[in-house]
Design a protein around this ligand. Structure first.
Ligand code: SF4
Ligand code: SF4
Length: 433
């Protein structure tokens, strides 16, 4: 039977209604020196040095950009060691031992509103660059490069759809700090001389709609900002779907949205832009979902970047005793990376960790039901791509447009034979890159 599905069970009820817990004073943080986009780095500090909160301690080198590395607590520099990054690779991390004095670096200082009102696009680009703002929803793409666009932008969109199951950190961030998100959007609109902002949410997120519309009506009615409710299906949060359904703008594959007059930012990124412009604050903390059926108290946390997930699992009353083996998923269950180790560190782009009972599903042979083909939002033929990978037929992978896969995970989710189809398509992308 064909299973065509864009509906997935969301499990957000585990955490969504619970208040956010702050865990801002860990004994130690571990700052990633490398990430998915930056392979090399230089350090400006040595073991034993004292650093302030928000101080620059080094620089990461990406393919076409550099990114300052900031201390996320005040304290003493420790050793460089290897820790898991959310990409699934072990990368270099530097330890900082907390002195619990919370000494702010002198650069962290509020900008008065009359100064902000006069900031140009170039000024704001420089602020985001110095404060190392990146796509905090997981992309890690430098926000200053996006903001430096020379295209005419007619619409700025905050993507608050958060359609991945289990995740609710964006939801909590908006409920706790709606004005940070609205002000971040305002600053982006100012930089781009754009007079239309949209905050896109899912249709079932009514508390967000009420909070955002009330705050906008009371305090920001002079801004042309709309809250738009989109469909409750997966992957509605895919930026291309958001632009299509919120604005009717179709961005063809391989083209940049800004060419079509639209630019999108994730919720945490938009709040980060507010903090960078208003407080000159780099990305030193984030909202983070720790959830799953294998821990006692799933909840959302406000944490320092560099916090150990093992610390957070202890804060959540640890593991449920009945589970001997767990699976740790970094990011959402559809698009994230899984491991059996919990020695994971919250990076800037780690939205969540999901700890699940480790259930082995036995893959059955493909029954050619076509469910993966009917469900694919990118209109691909995942089963054919999988067969091409098995034959190592790169020409076929190319002609099947494997590179257009957005790695949403739906093909594996709907597969009645429990085949990890998405892994094959990911492999095809790698092989033809
Ligand atoms: S993971 Fe890729 S191939 Fe599979 S459904 Fe999503 S877009 Fe299609
Ligand atoms: S890979 Fe799975 S979903 Fe796709 S055709 Fe085969 S059995 Fe069906």
């Amino acid at each position: 039977m064909i299973k065509k599905s864009r509906k997935v069970r969301d499990y957000k009820e585990l955490t969504r209604a619970l208040p956010t817990q702050s865990y801002l004073d860990p004994e130690m943080v571990y700052i990633h020196l490398q990430n998915g986009r930056c392979k090399t780095y230089d350090l400006y500090v040595d073991e034993g040095d004292h650093v302030d909160f928000g101080e620059v301690i080094g620089v990461r080198h990406g393919g076409f950009f550099e990114q300052p590395i900031h201390a996320t607590i005040s304290g003493t520099i420790g050793k460089v060691g290897k820790k898991l990054h959310r990409t699934g690779r072990k990368v270099d991390c530097i330890e900082i031992k907390n002195d619990f004095k919370n000494t702010f670096h002198k650069n962290i200082t509020d900008r008065p509103d009359h100064v902000i009102d006069k900031l140009t696009q170039d000024d704001m680009v420089e602020i985001l660059k110095e404060n190392a703002l990146v796509g905090l929803g997981g992309s890690g793409f430098p926000s200053y490069i996006k903001l430096a666009t020379k295209e005419k932008i007619d619409h700025v969109v905050v993507n608050a759809v958060e359609c991945e199951p289990y995740l609710s950190s964006d939801y909590r961030l908006i409920l706790d700090h709606p004005e940070d998100v609205i002000m971040g959007l305002k600053y982006v609109m100012q930089a781009l001389d754009c007079n239309h902002g949209i905050i896109a949410i899912k249709s079932d997120k009514n508390p967000l709609y009420e909070v955002l519309t009330q705050v906008i009506e009371r305090r920001y009615s002079d801004l042309n900002i709309e809250v738009v409710r989109l469909g409750n299906y997966y992957p509605q949060g895919w930026e291309i779907e958001v632009f299509k359904n919120a604005l009717g703008i179709e961005v063809p594959h391989g083209e940049l949205p800004m060419k079509y007059g639209v630019l999108g930012f994730n919720v945490s990124t938009t709040a980060g832009i507010y903090n960078a412009v208003k407080h000159n604050l780099p990305v030193v903390e984030r909202y983070f979902t720790l959830t799953g059926d294998a821990i006692n108290y799933p909840q959302n946390y406000r944490v320092r970047v560099g916090t150990s997930v093992q610390d957070l699992i202890r804060q959540s009353d640890g593991y449920k005793e009945e589970y001997d083996e767990v699976l740790v998923v970094m990011g959402g269950p559809m698009m994230g990376v899984s491991t059996v180790s919990d020695d994971v560190i919250v990076s800037k782009t780690t939205t969540s960790v999901i700890v699940l009972k480790n259930t082995e599903y036995k893959e059955e042979p493909c029954v050619r039901c076509g469910s993966c083909v009917y469900s694919c939002p990118a209109h691909l033929e995942p089963v054919q791509i999988m067969n091409a990978v098995k034959r190592n037929d790169k020409d076929q992978m190319r002609s099947l447009n494997a590179d257009r896969c957005i790695e949403c995970g739906l093909c594996a989710y709907v597969c009645t034979s429990k085949i990890h189809v998405t892994d094959y398509v990911r492999k095809a992308k790698r092989l033809i890159r």
